[in-house]
Design a protein around this ligand. Sequence first.
Ligand SMILES: [Fe+2]
Length: 301
Amino acid sequence: MSSPWIESLRSVALFVPDLAKAEDFYTRTWNLEVAHRDDDTLYLRGTGSNTYLLALHRGGDVPQLRQVTLRARSRAALDAIQERVTAAGGTILAAPHELSRDPAGGIGLKFKDPHGRVFQVVHDDARRTEDAPVADRPIRLTHVVLNSHAVDETKAFLEQALGFRLADRTGIMAFMNCDSDHHTIAIGISDNDALNHIAFLMPDFESVMRGGGRMKDAGFPIQWGPGRHGPGNNLFNYFIDPFGVVIEYTAEVEQVDDSYESHGPEHWKWPPGRVDQWGISPPPGATLKEAQKRIFFAPNS
Ligand SMILES: [Fe+2]
Protein backbone atom coordinates (compact mmCIF):
# COMPACT_ATOMS: atom_id res chain seq x y z
CA MET A 1 0.00 0.00 0.00
CA SER A 2 2.38 2.71 -1.09
CA SER A 3 2.56 5.61 -3.49
CA PRO A 4 4.82 5.08 -6.51
CA TRP A 5 6.02 8.69 -6.13
CA ILE A 6 5.77 9.89 -2.51
CA GLU A 7 7.79 8.32 0.30
CA SER A 8 7.00 10.54 3.28
CA LEU A 9 5.84 13.76 4.88
CA ARG A 10 8.96 15.92 5.24
CA SER A 11 7.84 19.21 6.84
CA VAL A 12 5.14 21.81 7.29
CA ALA A 13 5.59 25.57 6.79
CA LEU A 14 3.48 28.14 8.62
CA PHE A 15 3.34 31.91 8.86
CA VAL A 16 3.28 32.93 12.52
CA PRO A 17 3.04 36.39 14.12
CA ASP A 18 5.99 36.16 16.54
CA LEU A 19 9.18 34.22 15.80
CA ALA A 20 10.73 34.81 19.24
CA LYS A 21 7.65 33.38 20.93
CA ALA A 22 7.66 30.50 18.44
CA GLU A 23 11.28 29.67 19.22
CA ASP A 24 10.70 29.77 22.95
CA PHE A 25 7.69 27.48 22.76
CA TYR A 26 8.89 25.03 20.13
CA THR A 27 12.33 24.53 21.67
CA ARG A 28 11.75 24.78 25.44
CA THR A 29 8.30 23.22 25.66
CA TRP A 30 7.60 21.21 22.49
CA ASN A 31 11.20 20.02 22.58
CA LEU A 32 12.40 20.55 19.03
CA GLU A 33 15.81 22.01 18.22
CA VAL A 34 16.70 24.97 16.05
CA ALA A 35 18.06 23.62 12.77
CA HIS A 36 18.62 26.91 11.00
CA ARG A 37 17.38 30.46 11.02
CA ASP A 38 17.42 33.56 8.91
CA ASP A 39 15.84 36.98 9.45
CA ASP A 40 12.35 35.85 8.54
CA THR A 41 12.26 32.10 9.14
CA LEU A 42 12.94 29.68 11.96
CA TYR A 43 13.59 26.04 11.02
CA LEU A 44 13.06 23.40 13.71
CA ARG A 45 14.14 19.78 13.71
CA GLY A 46 13.58 16.56 15.62
CA THR A 47 16.05 13.75 16.20
CA GLY A 48 15.33 12.06 12.85
CA SER A 49 17.07 12.47 9.52
CA ASN A 50 15.04 15.39 8.18
CA THR A 51 16.92 18.70 8.12
CA TYR A 52 13.83 20.32 9.59
CA LEU A 53 10.19 19.50 10.37
CA LEU A 54 8.73 22.95 10.82
CA ALA A 55 9.51 26.13 8.93
CA LEU A 56 8.01 29.11 10.77
CA HIS A 57 7.96 32.23 8.65
CA ARG A 58 7.37 35.74 9.91
CA GLY A 59 3.74 36.51 9.13
CA GLY A 60 0.82 38.72 10.12
CA ASP A 61 -1.42 38.55 13.18
CA VAL A 62 -3.35 35.55 11.91
CA PRO A 63 -1.29 32.37 11.55
CA GLN A 64 -1.51 30.73 8.13
CA LEU A 65 -0.42 27.48 6.58
CA ARG A 66 2.14 28.11 3.85
CA GLN A 67 2.70 24.60 2.50
CA VAL A 68 2.93 20.91 3.27
CA THR A 69 6.17 19.36 1.99
CA LEU A 70 6.35 15.73 0.90
CA ARG A 71 9.44 13.83 -0.20
CA ALA A 72 9.50 12.19 -3.64
CA ARG A 73 10.97 8.75 -4.24
CA SER A 74 12.99 9.94 -7.24
CA ARG A 75 13.67 12.89 -9.52
CA ALA A 76 11.47 11.26 -12.16
CA ALA A 77 8.62 11.24 -9.64
CA LEU A 78 8.57 15.05 -9.69
CA ASP A 79 7.92 15.06 -13.46
CA ALA A 80 5.25 12.38 -13.11
CA ILE A 81 3.52 14.36 -10.34
CA GLN A 82 3.75 17.60 -12.31
CA GLU A 83 1.80 16.02 -15.18
CA ARG A 84 -0.70 14.36 -12.90
CA VAL A 85 -1.41 17.50 -10.83
CA THR A 86 -2.67 19.29 -13.91
CA ALA A 87 -4.71 16.30 -15.07
CA ALA A 88 -6.27 16.06 -11.59
CA GLY A 89 -7.40 19.70 -11.66
CA GLY A 90 -4.56 21.22 -9.65
CA THR A 91 -2.38 24.21 -10.53
CA ILE A 92 1.40 24.18 -10.81
CA LEU A 93 2.88 27.09 -8.83
CA ALA A 94 6.53 26.27 -9.56
CA ALA A 95 7.95 23.59 -11.89
CA PRO A 96 10.84 21.50 -10.50
CA HIS A 97 13.64 23.88 -9.54
CA GLU A 98 16.66 24.11 -7.21
CA LEU A 99 15.59 25.17 -3.72
CA SER A 100 18.63 27.38 -3.27
CA ARG A 101 17.25 29.43 -0.33
CA ASP A 102 15.99 26.42 1.59
CA PRO A 103 18.44 25.06 4.19
CA ALA A 104 17.52 21.51 3.12
CA GLY A 105 18.05 22.34 -0.57
CA GLY A 106 17.11 19.78 -3.20
CA ILE A 107 14.75 20.07 -6.13
CA GLY A 108 11.19 21.16 -5.45
CA LEU A 109 7.87 21.16 -7.27
CA LYS A 110 5.09 23.34 -5.87
CA PHE A 111 1.40 23.19 -6.69
CA LYS A 112 -2.05 23.66 -5.25
CA ASP A 113 -5.04 21.37 -5.34
CA PRO A 114 -8.42 22.53 -6.67
CA HIS A 115 -9.40 23.91 -3.23
CA GLY A 116 -6.14 25.84 -2.66
CA ARG A 117 -4.13 23.42 -0.52
CA VAL A 118 -0.48 24.13 -1.28
CA PHE A 119 1.94 21.21 -1.51
CA GLN A 120 5.65 21.10 -2.20
CA VAL A 121 7.27 17.84 -3.28
CA VAL A 122 11.04 17.65 -2.89
CA HIS A 123 13.74 15.32 -4.08
CA ASP A 124 17.36 15.06 -2.99
CA ASP A 125 16.97 17.40 -0.03
CA ALA A 126 19.78 17.27 2.55
CA ARG A 127 19.43 14.71 5.34
CA ARG A 128 21.22 14.63 8.66
CA THR A 129 22.58 11.62 10.51
CA GLU A 130 19.73 10.43 12.64
CA ASP A 131 20.31 10.72 16.40
CA ALA A 132 19.50 7.80 18.64
CA PRO A 133 15.97 8.46 19.91
CA VAL A 134 15.94 10.92 22.81
CA ALA A 135 13.28 10.58 25.50
CA ASP A 136 10.59 13.29 25.28
CA ARG A 137 11.88 14.69 21.96
CA PRO A 138 9.98 14.35 18.65
CA ILE A 139 11.67 12.30 15.90
CA ARG A 140 9.76 13.48 12.83
CA LEU A 141 6.31 14.37 11.59
CA THR A 142 4.11 11.37 10.91
CA HIS A 143 0.93 12.97 9.57
CA VAL A 144 -0.89 16.16 8.87
CA VAL A 145 -4.68 16.36 8.84
CA LEU A 146 -6.28 18.79 6.41
CA ASN A 147 -9.99 19.49 6.56
CA SER A 148 -12.03 19.38 3.38
CA HIS A 149 -15.50 20.65 2.57
CA ALA A 150 -15.50 18.07 -0.27
CA VAL A 151 -13.74 14.96 1.01
CA ASP A 152 -14.25 12.84 -2.10
CA GLU A 153 -12.67 15.51 -4.30
CA THR A 154 -9.68 15.89 -1.98
CA LYS A 155 -9.27 12.12 -1.76
CA ALA A 156 -9.41 11.82 -5.55
CA PHE A 157 -6.75 14.52 -5.94
CA LEU A 158 -4.38 12.83 -3.48
CA GLU A 159 -4.91 9.51 -5.27
CA GLN A 160 -4.60 10.81 -8.82
CA ALA A 161 -1.88 13.43 -8.41
CA LEU A 162 0.23 11.88 -5.64
CA GLY A 163 -0.56 8.15 -5.71
CA PHE A 164 -1.92 8.04 -2.15
CA ARG A 165 -4.32 5.20 -1.24
CA LEU A 166 -7.19 5.16 1.19
CA ALA A 167 -6.11 3.26 4.32
CA ASP A 168 -9.36 3.65 6.25
CA ARG A 169 -12.38 5.88 6.41
CA THR A 170 -14.42 6.78 9.46
CA GLY A 171 -17.43 9.04 9.82
CA ILE A 172 -15.15 12.04 10.33
CA MET A 173 -11.92 11.27 8.49
CA ALA A 174 -10.36 9.69 5.38
CA PHE A 175 -6.91 8.31 6.23
CA MET A 176 -4.58 8.45 3.21
CA ASN A 177 -1.45 6.31 2.97
CA CYS A 178 1.75 6.71 0.93
CA ASP A 179 4.19 4.36 2.69
CA SER A 180 4.45 2.25 5.84
CA ASP A 181 2.93 4.72 8.32
CA HIS A 182 -0.80 3.92 8.39
CA HIS A 183 -1.60 7.48 7.29
CA THR A 184 0.50 10.43 6.19
CA ILE A 185 -2.27 12.82 5.18
CA ALA A 186 -5.74 12.47 6.63
CA ILE A 187 -8.69 14.45 5.35
CA GLY A 188 -10.95 15.83 8.06
CA ILE A 189 -14.53 15.62 6.80
CA SER A 190 -15.73 19.14 7.50
CA ASP A 191 -17.42 22.26 6.16
CA ASN A 192 -14.09 24.08 5.74
CA ASP A 193 -10.59 23.65 4.29
CA ALA A 194 -8.60 24.51 7.43
CA LEU A 195 -5.60 22.81 9.00
CA ASN A 196 -6.92 20.23 11.46
CA HIS A 197 -3.60 19.29 13.13
CA ILE A 198 0.05 18.35 12.73
CA ALA A 199 1.30 15.13 14.39
CA PHE A 200 4.83 14.74 15.78
CA LEU A 201 6.14 11.21 16.27
CA MET A 202 7.61 10.60 19.73
CA PRO A 203 9.98 7.70 20.42
CA ASP A 204 7.67 5.90 22.82
CA PHE A 205 4.57 5.79 24.98
CA GLU A 206 6.34 7.41 27.94
CA SER A 207 7.33 10.44 25.85
CA VAL A 208 3.72 11.05 24.78
CA MET A 209 2.62 10.93 28.41
CA ARG A 210 5.47 13.01 29.81
CA GLY A 211 4.93 15.49 26.97
CA GLY A 212 1.38 15.93 28.25
CA GLY A 213 2.73 16.87 31.68
CA ARG A 214 5.39 19.19 30.28
CA MET A 215 2.82 21.04 28.19
CA LYS A 216 0.42 21.28 31.12
CA ASP A 217 3.17 22.73 33.34
CA ALA A 218 3.85 25.36 30.66
CA GLY A 219 0.20 26.40 30.52
CA PHE A 220 -0.90 24.34 27.51
CA PRO A 221 -3.37 21.77 28.84
CA ILE A 222 -4.10 18.53 27.03
CA GLN A 223 -7.07 19.30 24.76
CA TRP A 224 -7.76 15.65 23.99
CA GLY A 225 -6.02 12.59 25.36
CA PRO A 226 -4.25 10.59 26.42
CA GLY A 227 -5.79 7.92 24.28
CA ARG A 228 -5.26 5.36 21.54
CA HIS A 229 -6.88 5.94 18.17
CA GLY A 230 -8.78 3.34 16.14
CA PRO A 231 -7.35 3.73 12.59
CA GLY A 232 -3.55 3.84 12.91
CA ASN A 233 -3.71 2.40 16.45
CA ASN A 234 -1.51 5.31 17.60
CA LEU A 235 -1.28 6.97 20.98
CA PHE A 236 -2.35 10.59 21.15
CA ASN A 237 -2.25 13.79 23.17
CA TYR A 238 -3.55 16.94 21.43
CA PHE A 239 -2.64 20.53 22.29
CA ILE A 240 -3.05 24.07 20.97
CA ASP A 241 0.19 26.01 20.43
CA PRO A 242 0.61 29.71 21.37
CA PHE A 243 -0.71 30.77 17.95
CA GLY A 244 -3.75 28.50 17.85
CA VAL A 245 -2.24 25.66 15.78
CA VAL A 246 -3.36 22.20 16.87
CA ILE A 247 -0.41 19.87 17.43
CA GLU A 248 -0.29 16.23 18.49
CA TYR A 249 2.27 14.06 20.22
CA THR A 250 1.86 10.52 18.98
CA ALA A 251 3.71 7.19 19.07
CA GLU A 252 3.32 3.54 18.08
CA VAL A 253 1.75 4.39 14.68
CA GLU A 254 0.67 1.18 12.98
CA GLN A 255 3.02 0.15 10.18
CA VAL A 256 1.22 -1.27 7.14
CA ASP A 257 2.01 -2.91 3.82
CA ASP A 258 0.05 -4.08 0.78
CA SER A 259 -1.74 -6.71 2.83
CA TYR A 260 -3.48 -4.03 4.93
CA GLU A 261 -7.23 -4.39 4.79
CA SER A 262 -9.06 -1.08 4.48
CA HIS A 263 -12.30 -0.53 6.40
CA GLY A 264 -15.14 1.96 6.32
CA PRO A 265 -17.23 3.91 8.84
CA GLU A 266 -19.35 0.91 9.85
CA HIS A 267 -16.26 -1.01 10.99
CA TRP A 268 -14.78 1.96 12.88
CA LYS A 269 -17.81 2.70 15.04
CA TRP A 270 -17.07 3.21 18.75
CA PRO A 271 -19.31 1.77 21.43
CA PRO A 272 -21.50 4.43 23.12
CA GLY A 273 -19.46 6.87 25.20
CA ARG A 274 -16.13 5.96 23.56
CA VAL A 275 -13.97 7.98 21.19
CA ASP A 276 -10.76 6.00 21.58
CA GLN A 277 -9.69 2.50 22.50
CA TRP A 278 -9.13 3.14 26.22
CA GLY A 279 -12.12 5.26 27.13
CA ILE A 280 -10.37 7.18 29.89
CA SER A 281 -10.24 10.63 28.29
CA PRO A 282 -13.32 12.76 27.63
CA PRO A 283 -14.08 13.50 23.96
CA PRO A 284 -12.45 16.55 22.36
CA GLY A 285 -14.03 19.77 23.61
CA ALA A 286 -15.28 22.88 21.87
CA THR A 287 -11.93 24.71 22.28
CA LEU A 288 -10.06 22.07 20.27
CA LYS A 289 -12.79 21.75 17.66
CA GLU A 290 -12.82 25.52 17.13
CA ALA A 291 -9.02 25.63 16.81
CA GLN A 292 -9.24 22.94 14.13
CA LYS A 293 -11.21 25.33 11.91
CA ARG A 294 -9.12 28.49 12.17
CA ILE A 295 -5.82 28.08 10.31
CA PHE A 296 -6.05 28.31 6.51
CA PHE A 297 -3.61 28.11 3.63
CA ALA A 298 -2.19 31.53 2.78
CA PRO A 299 -3.77 32.46 -0.56
CA ASN A 300 -0.53 33.65 -2.15
CA SER A 301 1.96 31.25 -0.64
FE1 LIG B 1 -3.48 12.79 14.41
